[in-house]
Design a protein around this ligand. Structure first.
Ligand code: HEM
Length: 496
Protein backbone atom coordinates (compact mmCIF):
# COMPACT_ATOMS: atom_id res chain seq x y z
CA UNK A 1 0.00 0.00 0.00
CA UNK A 2 1.41 3.37 -1.02
CA UNK A 3 1.62 6.16 1.49
CA UNK A 4 -0.41 9.11 0.19
CA UNK A 5 0.49 11.44 3.05
CA UNK A 6 1.40 14.88 1.71
CA UNK A 7 4.96 16.09 2.11
CA UNK A 8 6.97 18.82 0.49
CA UNK A 9 9.67 17.90 -2.05
CA UNK A 10 12.24 17.32 0.64
CA UNK A 11 9.95 14.90 2.47
CA UNK A 12 8.71 17.03 5.35
CA UNK A 13 5.02 16.67 6.25
CA UNK A 14 2.65 19.38 4.95
CA UNK A 15 0.20 20.14 7.77
CA UNK A 16 -2.24 22.37 5.80
CA UNK A 17 -2.76 22.43 2.01
CA UNK A 18 -5.79 24.78 1.94
CA UNK A 19 -4.85 27.89 3.92
CA UNK A 20 -1.88 30.17 3.34
CA UNK A 21 0.10 31.39 6.32
CA UNK A 22 -1.00 34.96 7.16
CA UNK A 23 -0.19 37.50 9.86
CA UNK A 24 -3.46 37.51 11.70
CA UNK A 25 -6.87 36.51 10.35
CA UNK A 26 -7.01 39.44 7.89
CA UNK A 27 -3.32 40.05 7.53
CA UNK A 28 -0.91 39.67 4.55
CA UNK A 29 0.80 36.38 3.61
CA UNK A 30 4.15 35.55 5.16
CA UNK A 31 7.26 34.80 3.12
CA UNK A 32 8.03 31.91 5.42
CA UNK A 33 5.09 29.92 3.99
CA UNK A 34 7.61 27.76 2.12
CA UNK A 35 4.96 25.18 1.10
CA UNK A 36 3.03 27.96 -0.69
CA UNK A 37 6.25 29.18 -2.36
CA UNK A 38 7.24 25.67 -3.45
CA UNK A 39 3.77 24.76 -4.76
CA UNK A 40 3.44 28.02 -6.69
CA UNK A 41 6.99 27.94 -8.08
CA UNK A 42 6.47 24.41 -9.36
CA UNK A 43 3.13 25.35 -10.89
CA UNK A 44 4.74 28.33 -12.66
CA UNK A 45 7.06 25.90 -14.45
CA UNK A 46 4.63 23.13 -15.32
CA UNK A 47 4.60 23.76 -19.05
CA UNK A 48 7.33 22.74 -21.44
CA UNK A 49 7.45 24.08 -24.99
CA UNK A 50 5.03 22.22 -27.21
CA UNK A 51 6.38 20.44 -30.27
CA UNK A 52 7.03 22.94 -33.07
CA UNK A 53 4.55 20.96 -35.18
CA UNK A 54 2.55 17.80 -34.40
CA UNK A 55 1.83 19.45 -31.03
CA UNK A 56 -1.57 17.79 -30.45
CA UNK A 57 -1.29 14.05 -30.04
CA UNK A 58 -2.28 10.81 -28.38
CA UNK A 59 -0.08 7.89 -27.37
CA UNK A 60 -0.35 4.21 -26.50
CA UNK A 61 1.87 1.21 -25.80
CA UNK A 62 1.73 -2.10 -27.58
CA UNK A 63 3.78 -4.67 -29.38
CA UNK A 64 5.03 -5.60 -32.82
CA UNK A 65 5.02 -9.29 -33.84
CA UNK A 66 6.85 -10.68 -36.87
CA UNK A 67 4.59 -12.80 -39.08
CA UNK A 68 6.80 -13.23 -42.18
CA UNK A 69 10.50 -13.87 -42.66
CA UNK A 70 12.45 -10.94 -44.19
CA UNK A 71 15.86 -11.92 -42.83
CA UNK A 72 17.28 -12.10 -46.38
CA UNK A 73 16.91 -8.32 -46.57
CA UNK A 74 17.93 -7.17 -43.10
CA UNK A 75 19.92 -8.33 -40.13
CA UNK A 76 17.83 -6.14 -37.81
CA UNK A 77 17.30 -8.14 -34.65
CA UNK A 78 13.64 -7.04 -34.42
CA UNK A 79 12.90 -9.10 -37.60
CA UNK A 80 15.17 -12.04 -36.68
CA UNK A 81 12.45 -14.74 -36.43
CA UNK A 82 8.79 -15.22 -37.14
CA UNK A 83 6.84 -14.85 -33.90
CA UNK A 84 9.33 -12.43 -32.31
CA UNK A 85 7.63 -9.67 -30.30
CA UNK A 86 9.00 -6.22 -29.56
CA UNK A 87 7.47 -3.59 -27.27
CA UNK A 88 6.42 -0.33 -28.90
CA UNK A 89 5.14 3.11 -27.98
CA UNK A 90 3.15 4.97 -30.64
CA UNK A 91 2.19 8.63 -30.79
CA UNK A 92 -0.38 9.88 -33.28
CA UNK A 93 -0.82 13.58 -33.93
CA UNK A 94 -2.23 16.32 -36.10
CA UNK A 95 0.35 18.67 -37.61
CA UNK A 96 -0.67 22.31 -37.78
CA UNK A 97 -2.77 22.77 -34.63
CA UNK A 98 -1.40 23.71 -31.24
CA UNK A 99 -1.68 21.48 -28.16
CA UNK A 100 -5.28 22.53 -27.55
CA UNK A 101 -6.44 22.22 -31.17
CA UNK A 102 -9.44 20.09 -32.09
CA UNK A 103 -8.64 16.60 -33.34
CA UNK A 104 -11.14 16.42 -36.22
CA UNK A 105 -9.32 18.89 -38.48
CA UNK A 106 -8.44 18.36 -42.14
CA UNK A 107 -4.71 17.82 -41.80
CA UNK A 108 -2.06 15.16 -42.12
CA UNK A 109 -1.80 12.79 -39.15
CA UNK A 110 1.54 11.85 -37.57
CA UNK A 111 2.13 8.14 -36.97
CA UNK A 112 5.32 7.81 -34.90
CA UNK A 113 6.43 4.39 -33.66
CA UNK A 114 9.13 3.72 -31.09
CA UNK A 115 10.36 0.11 -31.21
CA UNK A 116 12.24 -0.90 -28.03
CA UNK A 117 14.50 -3.47 -29.76
CA UNK A 118 17.24 -5.55 -28.15
CA UNK A 119 19.79 -3.55 -30.15
CA UNK A 120 18.49 -0.10 -29.27
CA UNK A 121 15.60 2.19 -30.08
CA UNK A 122 14.25 2.33 -33.62
CA UNK A 123 11.99 5.33 -34.20
CA UNK A 124 9.92 5.26 -37.38
CA UNK A 125 8.51 8.79 -37.37
CA UNK A 126 5.98 8.67 -40.16
CA UNK A 127 2.64 10.07 -41.27
CA UNK A 128 -0.65 8.69 -42.56
CA UNK A 129 0.40 9.63 -46.10
CA UNK A 130 3.11 8.00 -48.25
CA UNK A 131 4.45 11.33 -49.58
CA UNK A 132 5.17 14.84 -48.29
CA UNK A 133 4.81 18.45 -49.50
CA UNK A 134 8.51 19.01 -50.04
CA UNK A 135 11.65 17.32 -51.18
CA UNK A 136 14.18 19.81 -49.84
CA UNK A 137 14.46 20.36 -46.05
CA UNK A 138 15.49 24.01 -46.49
CA UNK A 139 11.80 24.75 -47.20
CA UNK A 140 10.46 23.02 -44.09
CA UNK A 141 10.42 26.04 -41.72
CA UNK A 142 8.56 28.01 -44.42
CA UNK A 143 5.95 25.25 -44.81
CA UNK A 144 5.22 25.49 -41.11
CA UNK A 145 5.13 29.26 -41.10
CA UNK A 146 2.67 29.08 -44.01
CA UNK A 147 0.27 26.59 -42.43
CA UNK A 148 0.40 27.92 -38.87
CA UNK A 149 -0.83 31.31 -37.63
CA UNK A 150 -0.25 34.58 -39.47
CA UNK A 151 2.29 36.77 -37.63
CA UNK A 152 0.00 39.82 -37.64
CA UNK A 153 -3.55 38.53 -37.32
CA UNK A 154 -2.70 35.41 -35.28
CA UNK A 155 -5.23 33.61 -37.48
CA UNK A 156 -4.71 30.63 -39.76
CA UNK A 157 -4.49 32.10 -43.24
CA UNK A 158 -5.76 30.48 -46.45
CA UNK A 159 -3.70 33.08 -48.33
CA UNK A 160 -0.41 32.12 -46.67
CA UNK A 161 -1.15 28.43 -46.86
CA UNK A 162 -2.15 28.29 -50.53
CA UNK A 163 0.28 30.95 -51.72
CA UNK A 164 3.11 28.72 -50.46
CA UNK A 165 1.68 25.40 -51.66
CA UNK A 166 0.88 26.66 -55.14
CA UNK A 167 4.35 28.15 -55.58
CA UNK A 168 5.91 24.73 -54.93
CA UNK A 169 4.17 22.40 -57.36
CA UNK A 170 5.94 19.38 -55.86
CA UNK A 171 3.41 19.71 -53.01
CA UNK A 172 0.45 18.87 -55.29
CA UNK A 173 0.59 15.12 -54.58
CA UNK A 174 0.37 15.67 -50.82
CA UNK A 175 -2.18 18.48 -51.23
CA UNK A 176 -4.36 16.15 -53.33
CA UNK A 177 -4.31 13.50 -50.59
CA UNK A 178 -5.01 16.09 -47.88
CA UNK A 179 -8.00 17.50 -49.80
CA UNK A 180 -9.30 14.04 -50.70
CA UNK A 181 -11.80 12.00 -48.67
CA UNK A 182 -8.77 10.54 -46.81
CA UNK A 183 -7.62 13.96 -45.62
CA UNK A 184 -9.80 13.84 -42.52
CA UNK A 185 -9.65 10.42 -40.79
CA UNK A 186 -12.51 9.66 -38.39
CA UNK A 187 -9.99 8.46 -35.78
CA UNK A 188 -6.36 7.43 -35.42
CA UNK A 189 -7.49 3.80 -35.51
CA UNK A 190 -9.03 4.16 -38.96
CA UNK A 191 -6.03 5.28 -40.99
CA UNK A 192 -2.89 3.75 -42.47
CA UNK A 193 0.66 4.70 -41.53
CA UNK A 194 3.75 5.16 -43.69
CA UNK A 195 7.46 5.59 -43.01
CA UNK A 196 7.18 7.76 -46.17
CA UNK A 197 10.93 8.15 -46.81
CA UNK A 198 13.08 5.55 -48.44
CA UNK A 199 15.27 3.90 -45.79
CA UNK A 200 17.84 1.12 -46.20
CA UNK A 201 18.05 -2.45 -45.02
CA UNK A 202 21.46 -4.06 -44.51
CA UNK A 203 21.50 -7.85 -44.69
CA UNK A 204 23.80 -10.11 -42.70
CA UNK A 205 25.92 -10.57 -45.85
CA UNK A 206 26.41 -6.78 -45.98
CA UNK A 207 24.07 -6.14 -48.91
CA UNK A 208 22.06 -2.90 -49.01
CA UNK A 209 18.41 -2.70 -50.10
CA UNK A 210 16.21 0.39 -50.29
CA UNK A 211 13.01 0.00 -48.31
CA UNK A 212 9.70 1.76 -47.67
CA UNK A 213 7.48 0.90 -44.68
CA UNK A 214 3.67 0.69 -44.75
CA UNK A 215 1.14 0.01 -41.97
CA UNK A 216 -2.37 -0.89 -43.09
CA UNK A 217 -5.15 -0.47 -40.56
CA UNK A 218 -7.11 -3.62 -39.72
CA UNK A 219 -9.98 -1.43 -38.49
CA UNK A 220 -10.67 -0.27 -42.08
CA UNK A 221 -10.29 3.26 -43.45
CA UNK A 222 -12.96 5.65 -42.17
CA UNK A 223 -13.12 9.35 -42.83
CA UNK A 224 -15.22 12.38 -41.96
CA UNK A 225 -16.68 14.93 -44.35
CA UNK A 226 -16.06 18.60 -43.56
CA UNK A 227 -19.67 18.89 -42.39
CA UNK A 228 -19.41 15.86 -40.09
CA UNK A 229 -16.15 17.16 -38.65
CA UNK A 230 -17.57 20.64 -38.01
CA UNK A 231 -20.52 19.13 -36.15
CA UNK A 232 -18.22 16.82 -34.18
CA UNK A 233 -15.83 19.60 -33.15
CA UNK A 234 -18.84 21.49 -31.78
CA UNK A 235 -19.42 18.71 -29.28
CA UNK A 236 -16.02 17.06 -28.86
CA UNK A 237 -12.65 18.68 -29.56
CA UNK A 238 -10.76 15.56 -28.40
CA UNK A 239 -12.52 12.98 -30.58
CA UNK A 240 -9.31 11.12 -31.59
CA UNK A 241 -7.89 11.04 -28.07
CA UNK A 242 -11.20 9.81 -26.67
CA UNK A 243 -11.61 7.17 -29.38
CA UNK A 244 -8.12 5.73 -28.93
CA UNK A 245 -8.16 5.82 -25.14
CA UNK A 246 -11.65 4.36 -24.78
CA UNK A 247 -11.10 1.52 -27.25
CA UNK A 248 -7.83 0.46 -25.65
CA UNK A 249 -9.35 0.77 -22.18
CA UNK A 250 -12.28 -1.44 -23.28
CA UNK A 251 -9.88 -4.12 -24.56
CA UNK A 252 -10.64 -3.37 -28.21
CA UNK A 253 -7.00 -3.21 -29.30
CA UNK A 254 -6.31 -1.59 -32.67
CA UNK A 255 -4.00 -3.39 -35.11
CA UNK A 256 -2.06 -2.58 -38.24
CA UNK A 257 -0.33 -4.94 -40.69
CA UNK A 258 3.20 -3.94 -41.56
CA UNK A 259 4.48 -4.30 -45.15
CA UNK A 260 7.70 -3.31 -46.87
CA UNK A 261 8.58 -2.45 -50.45
CA UNK A 262 12.10 -3.51 -51.34
CA UNK A 263 14.34 -2.14 -54.10
CA UNK A 264 17.73 -3.60 -55.02
CA UNK A 265 20.47 -1.06 -54.29
CA UNK A 266 21.63 -0.69 -57.89
CA UNK A 267 18.04 -0.23 -59.22
CA UNK A 268 18.00 3.26 -57.71
CA UNK A 269 20.33 4.43 -60.50
CA UNK A 270 18.09 3.29 -63.36
CA UNK A 271 14.54 3.36 -61.98
CA UNK A 272 12.71 6.15 -63.84
CA UNK A 273 11.40 7.69 -60.60
CA UNK A 274 14.01 9.11 -58.23
CA UNK A 275 13.52 6.72 -55.29
CA UNK A 276 14.77 9.35 -52.85
CA UNK A 277 12.13 11.90 -53.79
CA UNK A 278 9.67 12.16 -50.90
CA UNK A 279 6.95 13.64 -53.11
CA UNK A 280 6.61 10.36 -55.02
CA UNK A 281 5.48 6.81 -54.29
CA UNK A 282 6.92 3.59 -55.67
CA UNK A 283 4.06 2.04 -57.66
CA UNK A 284 3.06 -1.29 -56.10
CA UNK A 285 3.13 -2.88 -59.58
CA UNK A 286 6.91 -2.30 -59.66
CA UNK A 287 7.58 -2.91 -55.97
CA UNK A 288 4.87 -5.06 -54.39
CA UNK A 289 3.94 -4.91 -50.73
CA UNK A 290 5.66 -7.69 -48.76
CA UNK A 291 3.94 -8.58 -45.47
CA UNK A 292 6.18 -8.44 -42.38
CA UNK A 293 4.23 -8.31 -39.14
CA UNK A 294 1.49 -6.93 -36.97
CA UNK A 295 1.40 -3.87 -34.72
CA UNK A 296 -1.07 -3.92 -31.81
CA UNK A 297 -1.79 -1.15 -29.31
CA UNK A 298 -2.98 -2.57 -26.00
CA UNK A 299 -2.13 -0.25 -23.11
CA UNK A 300 -2.89 3.38 -22.31
CA UNK A 301 -0.20 5.51 -20.68
CA UNK A 302 -0.81 6.05 -16.99
CA UNK A 303 0.20 9.71 -17.17
CA UNK A 304 -0.17 11.86 -20.29
CA UNK A 305 2.54 14.40 -19.58
CA UNK A 306 5.19 11.92 -18.45
CA UNK A 307 4.72 9.46 -21.26
CA UNK A 308 3.12 11.25 -24.24
CA UNK A 309 4.14 14.89 -23.92
CA UNK A 310 7.71 13.97 -22.96
CA UNK A 311 8.05 11.30 -25.65
CA UNK A 312 10.83 12.11 -28.11
CA UNK A 313 10.83 10.39 -31.52
CA UNK A 314 13.84 10.90 -33.73
CA UNK A 315 14.36 9.57 -37.28
CA UNK A 316 18.08 9.42 -36.43
CA UNK A 317 17.32 6.54 -34.02
CA UNK A 318 17.95 3.43 -36.09
CA UNK A 319 19.36 0.00 -35.21
CA UNK A 320 21.83 -2.31 -36.97
CA UNK A 321 20.25 -3.61 -40.19
CA UNK A 322 18.16 -0.44 -40.72
CA UNK A 323 19.79 2.69 -42.15
CA UNK A 324 19.17 5.97 -43.93
CA UNK A 325 19.04 6.89 -47.61
CA UNK A 326 20.17 9.89 -49.66
CA UNK A 327 16.64 11.41 -49.40
CA UNK A 328 17.61 14.96 -48.45
CA UNK A 329 14.41 15.46 -46.46
CA UNK A 330 15.39 12.52 -44.30
CA UNK A 331 18.91 13.91 -44.04
CA UNK A 332 17.48 17.23 -42.80
CA UNK A 333 15.31 15.46 -40.25
CA UNK A 334 18.35 13.61 -38.87
CA UNK A 335 19.49 16.96 -37.44
CA UNK A 336 16.20 18.65 -36.61
CA UNK A 337 14.54 16.24 -34.17
CA UNK A 338 17.39 15.75 -31.71
CA UNK A 339 18.05 19.48 -31.87
CA UNK A 340 14.37 20.28 -31.14
CA UNK A 341 14.29 17.77 -28.30
CA UNK A 342 17.44 19.09 -26.66
CA UNK A 343 15.62 22.43 -26.54
CA UNK A 344 12.13 21.07 -25.68
CA UNK A 345 13.15 18.44 -23.10
CA UNK A 346 16.83 18.92 -22.41
CA UNK A 347 20.04 17.16 -23.33
CA UNK A 348 19.31 14.19 -21.08
CA UNK A 349 15.84 13.41 -22.46
CA UNK A 350 16.92 9.86 -23.28
CA UNK A 351 16.69 9.12 -19.53
CA UNK A 352 12.93 9.79 -19.42
CA UNK A 353 11.45 6.28 -19.09
CA UNK A 354 9.32 6.41 -22.27
CA UNK A 355 12.43 7.37 -24.26
CA UNK A 356 14.99 5.11 -22.60
CA UNK A 357 16.24 2.02 -24.44
CA UNK A 358 15.20 -1.27 -22.83
CA UNK A 359 18.63 -2.75 -23.62
CA UNK A 360 21.92 -1.74 -21.97
CA UNK A 361 23.33 1.49 -23.39
CA UNK A 362 26.64 3.25 -22.80
CA UNK A 363 27.05 6.40 -24.86
CA UNK A 364 29.45 7.86 -22.27
CA UNK A 365 27.86 11.28 -22.77
CA UNK A 366 28.17 13.06 -19.46
CA UNK A 367 26.70 15.80 -17.30
CA UNK A 368 24.07 18.28 -18.45
CA UNK A 369 20.91 19.41 -16.63
CA UNK A 370 18.80 16.75 -14.89
CA UNK A 371 21.40 13.98 -14.99
CA UNK A 372 19.88 11.33 -12.75
CA UNK A 373 21.33 7.99 -13.84
CA UNK A 374 24.65 8.02 -11.99
CA UNK A 375 26.45 9.79 -14.84
CA UNK A 376 28.79 6.80 -15.45
CA UNK A 377 30.20 7.22 -11.95
CA UNK A 378 34.00 6.99 -12.12
CA UNK A 379 34.34 5.57 -15.65
CA UNK A 380 37.13 7.16 -17.68
CA UNK A 381 35.86 10.08 -19.71
CA UNK A 382 38.12 9.97 -22.76
CA UNK A 383 38.84 7.69 -25.68
CA UNK A 384 41.16 6.03 -26.55
CA UNK A 385 42.04 4.81 -23.07
CA UNK A 386 44.01 1.87 -21.67
CA UNK A 387 41.15 0.48 -19.57
CA UNK A 388 38.85 -1.20 -22.13
CA UNK A 389 36.11 1.39 -21.69
CA UNK A 390 34.27 2.77 -24.73
CA UNK A 391 34.82 -0.31 -26.94
CA UNK A 392 33.81 0.32 -30.54
CA UNK A 393 31.73 -2.32 -32.35
CA UNK A 394 33.17 -2.46 -35.89
CA UNK A 395 31.09 -5.52 -36.79
CA UNK A 396 28.10 -3.14 -37.12
CA UNK A 397 29.74 -0.97 -39.78
CA UNK A 398 27.47 -0.49 -42.82
CA UNK A 399 28.82 -1.29 -46.30
CA UNK A 400 30.16 1.83 -48.05
CA UNK A 401 27.63 3.85 -50.07
CA UNK A 402 28.80 5.00 -53.50
CA UNK A 403 28.12 8.70 -54.06
CA UNK A 404 28.95 10.66 -57.21
CA UNK A 405 28.33 14.19 -58.46
CA UNK A 406 29.32 17.78 -57.95
CA UNK A 407 28.46 19.54 -54.72
CA UNK A 408 25.98 22.29 -55.61
CA UNK A 409 22.60 23.68 -54.63
CA UNK A 410 20.74 21.57 -57.20
CA UNK A 411 17.32 22.82 -58.24
CA UNK A 412 15.36 19.59 -58.47
CA UNK A 413 12.61 21.32 -60.48
CA UNK A 414 14.78 21.54 -63.56
CA UNK A 415 14.63 17.86 -64.31
CA UNK A 416 11.55 16.52 -62.65
CA UNK A 417 7.85 16.02 -62.97
CA UNK A 418 5.40 16.82 -60.18
CA UNK A 419 2.14 16.27 -62.00
CA UNK A 420 2.10 12.63 -63.18
CA UNK A 421 1.57 11.00 -59.79
CA UNK A 422 -1.15 13.39 -58.54
CA UNK A 423 -2.78 12.92 -61.95
CA UNK A 424 -2.67 9.13 -61.56
CA UNK A 425 -4.08 9.40 -58.04
CA UNK A 426 -6.89 11.59 -59.34
CA UNK A 427 -7.76 9.08 -62.07
CA UNK A 428 -7.90 6.28 -59.48
CA UNK A 429 -10.71 8.11 -57.65
CA UNK A 430 -14.36 7.28 -58.34
CA UNK A 431 -16.82 10.07 -59.13
CA UNK A 432 -17.84 10.47 -55.50
CA UNK A 433 -14.21 10.78 -54.39
CA UNK A 434 -13.49 13.30 -57.13
CA UNK A 435 -16.49 15.35 -56.04
CA UNK A 436 -15.21 15.26 -52.44
CA UNK A 437 -11.77 16.40 -53.63
CA UNK A 438 -13.25 19.34 -55.57
CA UNK A 439 -15.50 20.36 -52.66
CA UNK A 440 -12.84 20.07 -49.96
CA UNK A 441 -10.33 21.99 -52.08
CA UNK A 442 -12.85 24.74 -52.75
CA UNK A 443 -13.77 24.95 -49.03
CA UNK A 444 -10.12 25.39 -48.10
CA UNK A 445 -9.18 27.66 -51.01
CA UNK A 446 -12.19 29.98 -50.87
CA UNK A 447 -10.51 32.27 -48.35
CA UNK A 448 -7.45 32.80 -50.55
CA UNK A 449 -7.02 35.58 -53.09
CA UNK A 450 -8.20 35.14 -56.67
CA UNK A 451 -4.71 34.80 -58.19
CA UNK A 452 -3.81 32.06 -55.71
CA UNK A 453 -6.99 30.15 -56.55
CA UNK A 454 -6.14 30.40 -60.23
CA UNK A 455 -2.59 29.22 -59.65
CA UNK A 456 -3.86 26.13 -57.86
CA UNK A 457 -6.37 25.35 -60.59
CA UNK A 458 -3.59 25.60 -63.16
CA UNK A 459 -1.42 23.17 -61.16
CA UNK A 460 -4.36 20.75 -60.86
CA UNK A 461 -5.01 21.11 -64.59
CA UNK A 462 -1.45 20.04 -65.33
CA UNK A 463 -2.03 16.88 -63.30
CA UNK A 464 -5.28 16.17 -65.12
CA UNK A 465 -7.46 18.65 -67.04
CA UNK A 466 -10.56 17.27 -65.29
CA UNK A 467 -8.94 17.91 -61.90
CA UNK A 468 -8.42 21.59 -62.84
CA UNK A 469 -11.91 21.90 -64.29
CA UNK A 470 -13.51 20.29 -61.23
CA UNK A 471 -11.81 22.63 -58.75
CA UNK A 472 -12.61 25.67 -60.94
CA UNK A 473 -16.28 24.68 -61.10
CA UNK A 474 -16.43 24.12 -57.33
CA UNK A 475 -15.08 27.66 -56.89
CA UNK A 476 -17.54 29.03 -59.46
CA UNK A 477 -14.76 30.03 -61.89
CA UNK A 478 -14.92 29.50 -65.64
CA UNK A 479 -11.94 27.96 -67.42
CA UNK A 480 -11.78 31.05 -69.66
CA UNK A 481 -11.13 33.19 -66.60
CA UNK A 482 -8.48 30.71 -65.46
CA UNK A 483 -6.83 30.64 -68.90
CA UNK A 484 -6.85 34.38 -69.52
CA UNK A 485 -5.73 35.50 -66.06
CA UNK A 486 -2.37 37.21 -66.17
CA UNK A 487 -1.11 37.97 -62.75
CA UNK A 488 1.61 37.64 -60.27
CA UNK A 489 3.90 34.57 -60.45
CA UNK A 490 1.69 32.84 -62.96
CA UNK A 491 2.84 30.27 -65.47
CA UNK A 492 1.11 30.53 -68.89
CA UNK A 493 -1.77 28.15 -69.34
CA UNK A 494 -2.13 28.03 -73.08
CA UNK A 495 -3.34 24.43 -73.15
CA UNK A 496 -6.68 25.14 -71.48
C1 HEM B 1 7.61 16.31 -35.31
C2 HEM B 1 10.97 18.53 -38.00
C3 HEM B 1 9.33 16.26 -41.96
C4 HEM B 1 6.62 13.46 -39.13
C5 HEM B 1 8.63 17.13 -35.71
C6 HEM B 1 9.38 17.99 -34.84
C7 HEM B 1 10.31 18.60 -35.59
C8 HEM B 1 10.17 18.14 -36.95
C9 HEM B 1 11.38 19.59 -35.12
C10 HEM B 1 9.15 18.16 -33.34
C11 HEM B 1 10.04 17.16 -32.63
C12 HEM B 1 9.91 17.21 -31.12
O1 HEM B 1 9.85 18.30 -30.55
O2 HEM B 1 9.90 16.13 -30.51
C13 HEM B 1 10.81 18.10 -39.31
C14 HEM B 1 11.64 18.52 -40.42
C15 HEM B 1 11.17 17.89 -41.54
C16 HEM B 1 10.05 17.07 -41.11
C17 HEM B 1 12.82 19.49 -40.32
C18 HEM B 1 11.64 17.94 -42.97
C19 HEM B 1 12.79 18.43 -43.35
C20 HEM B 1 8.50 15.26 -41.54
C21 HEM B 1 8.04 14.18 -42.35
C22 HEM B 1 7.29 13.38 -41.55
C23 HEM B 1 7.27 13.97 -40.23
C24 HEM B 1 8.40 13.98 -43.82
C25 HEM B 1 6.59 12.10 -41.86
C26 HEM B 1 6.92 11.32 -42.88
C27 HEM B 1 6.66 14.00 -37.87
C28 HEM B 1 5.92 13.45 -36.75
C29 HEM B 1 6.20 14.27 -35.66
C30 HEM B 1 7.10 15.31 -36.12
C31 HEM B 1 5.00 12.22 -36.77
C32 HEM B 1 5.64 14.12 -34.24
C33 HEM B 1 6.46 13.07 -33.50
C34 HEM B 1 5.84 12.84 -32.13
O3 HEM B 1 4.74 12.27 -32.09
O4 HEM B 1 6.46 13.23 -31.13
N1 HEM B 1 9.11 17.26 -36.99
N2 HEM B 1 9.86 17.24 -39.76
N3 HEM B 1 8.02 15.11 -40.25
N4 HEM B 1 7.36 15.12 -37.45
FE1 HEM B 1 8.58 16.16 -38.60
Amino acid sequence: MENYKLTNRTGSPVPDNLNTLTAGKRGPALLQDTWFLEKMAHFDRELIPERRMHAKGSGAYGSFRVTHDITRYTRANIFSRVGKETDVFVRFSTVAGERGAADAERDIRGFAIKFYTEEGIWDLVGNNTPVFFLRDPLRFPDLNHAVKRDPRTNLRSADNNWDFWTLIPESLHQVTITMSDRGLPSSYRHMDGFGSHTFSFISSDQKRYWVKFHFKTQQGIQNLTNQQANALIGTDRESHQRDLFDHIEAGNHPKWTMYVQIMEEQDAETYPINPFDLTKVWPHGDYPLIPVGELTLNRNPSNYFAEVEQAAFNPAAVVPGIGFSPDKMLQGRLFSYGDAQRYRLGVNHHQIPVNAPKCPYHSYHRDGPMRVDGNYHGAVSYFPNSFSEWQEQPEYQEPPLKITGDAARWDHREDDDYFSQPGKLFRLMNDQQKAALFGNTADALRGAQHFIQIRHIRNCYKADPDYGRGVAAALGLSMEVVRDYQGYEMQPMTAI
